[in-house]
Design a protein around this ligand. Structure first.
Ligand SMILES: Cc1cc2nc3c(=O)[nH]c(=O)nc-3n(C[C@H](O)[C@H](O)[C@H](O)COP(=O)(O)OP(=O)(O)OC[C@H]3O[C@@H](n4cnc5c(N)ncnc54)[C@H](O)[C@@H]3O)c2cc1C
Length: 418
């Protein structure tokens, strides 16, 4: 168990590392946070900013494998895999395929939901004083469908979410939907509305985290890459970084999609693949949507913010590819144009990509690295890092401090069977 005066190094300045640093500092630990680049510029920078308890279901479920396979061969599919010789990627898909059944889906769903619900409550607290000026709005979220088939298919999911997860959505069919959201084009079949969801502006969230951490006295070191652990048996005494050595009593590795690159240091396998997504940020169009919304059939997400407007999504398993592919960006624009009266505005303020840290069961890895006594991992939050990070940070702080955790950590254990 750690002591209050312990020095903790958090590796990774994304939304997960920031939340870990915050809750550790709240418990009196002396915290240094390092990032190989700039704080908040990884996947946490340009995402859609949904805080979504409605997203309890994992990606892997009955039929998911078949749906994914079908999209792989379609041109301009929002989901894309760049097939190549990469044993880790093949293992990932093998493990994903093994989870495409009802029992595993429900089990993972409950573990996802624990983090989502706890985080949603924590955001209510945090946005009052700690994370201000982040454009937080508990606005709800719409799942919009163009086709009746899509609407009817989602009705099954809605039933499951209601019965298993107590997640109630309100259904709006054609004309009712237009009345609710006049920014949509006529002709959409309908939508499901989740009032429990909210949205914020992700880059402002990271600025707010930075302010909060600096106020607390957390030291942030940028351009500082974790390179090695210097250990005495199973106990790491200090870490070697691109900026020199740092003494540490506890280490939290929150390096998102980069975490597999630290596999040797951690001494365990890290089942994470980068799932590349894109976003385009622009000024608010004149006919701007009231609600954040997801166009499920085209996998496009819209975030109307107070200051700007963002179109995001798509998923590409292409390794650590850092190119900004114009065709993928076009897919977002074209998708939005099918649903919205005024889908875009000029000028484009930012075109962006991020690597989602995807695990095969959609559950993050949170807990102690099995081979080391004082190293913890908090990574693999996939499509829901913003939505799950406050509870992750709190859970890590509880585990590091030896407190009774507010959520059962067992489903997120590193080295769990996949
Ligand atoms: C298009 C898109 C839309 C999304 N929309 C949403 C959404 O609406 N809601 C939601 O909840 N989630 C969303 N997500 C997912 C969310 O963005 C991620 O889950 C989340 O940002 C992951 O946070 P992280 O802190 O784990 O990783 P990151 O933010 O990537 O941070 C990891 C950090 O670790 C640093 N690092 C890596 N290796 C080292 C090292 N060796 N030494 C030091 N530092 C290191 C990196 O530089 C990086 O800054 C979206 C993602 C994408 C791509």
């Amino acid at each position: 168990m750690s002591r209050a005066q312990d020095r903790v190094v958090v590796v990774g300045g994304g939304v997960v590392g920031a939340a870990c640093a915050y809750y550790l500092r709240q418990r009196g630990r002396s915290v240094t946070l390092i990032d190989l680049g700039a704080f908040g510029r990884g996947c946490s920078h340009g995402n859609c900013g949904y805080v979504s308890p409605s997203h309890a279901l994992p990606l892997a479920g009955p039929g998911a494998l078949w749906r994914t396979l079908k999209t792989l061969f379609a041109r301009n599919s929002p989901v894309k895999v760049r097939w190549r010789f990469d044993p880790a990627m093949w293992r990932w898909f093998w493990q994903f395929a093994g989870r495409c059944n009802q029992r595993d889906m429900i089990q993972a769903g409950h573990a996802i939901q624990s983090l989502l619900n706890s985080s949603r409550s924590l955001y209510d607290e945090l946005t009052k004083e700690t994370l201000t000026d982040v454009e937080w709005e508990p606005s709800g979220l719409l799942f919009v469908f163009r086709s009746q088939r899509g609407m009817d298919h989602y009705a099954e999911q809605d039933r499951l979410l209601k019965s298993e997860f107590n997640l109630g959505a309100t259904r709006y069919d054609g004309p009712d939907l237009l009345e609710l959201e006049p920014a949509l084009l006529p002709g959409n079949a309908g939508a499901w509305r989740y009032d429990i969801d909210g949205r914020l502006r992700s880059d402002k969230l990271m600025l707010a985290w930075r302010r909060a951490l600096e106020r607390q006295g957390v030291e942030i070191r940028e351009q500082c890459e974790l390179r090695e652990f210097v250990a005495d048996g199973r106990l790491v005494r200090r870490i070697t970084t691109s900026g020199g050595e740092i003494e540490a009593d506890q280490i939290v590795v929150a390096t998102g999609a980069w975490t597999p690159r630290l596999r040797r240091l951690l001494g365990c396998s890290v089942p994470i693949q980068p799932g590349k997504g894109y976003s385009i940020t622009m000024p608010r169009p004149k006919v701007c949507p009231r609600f954040p919304m997801i166009f499920e059939e085209h996998r496009v997400a819209i975030t109307p913010l107070t200051s700007t407007y963002r179109i995001g999504s798509t998923m590409e398993f292409a390794g650590y590819d850092s190119s900004l592919n114009p065709a993928r960006l076009r897919l977002l624009r074209d998708g939005a144009a099918l649903y919205l009266r005024e889908p875009h505005a000029e000028p484009v303020l930012e075109s962006w990509y991020g690597w989602r840290p995807m695990t095969p069961d959609s559950l993050p890895l949170i807990g102690r690295a099995p081979a080391l006594e004082n190293v913890f991992v908090a990574a693999g939050h996939g499509m829901l890092g913003v939505s799950m990070s406050p509870a992750t940070g709190r859970l890590i702080a509880e585990l590091v401090s030896g407190e009774t955790p507010h959520i059962d950590p067992q489903p997120y254990a590193i080295g769990r069977k996949l």
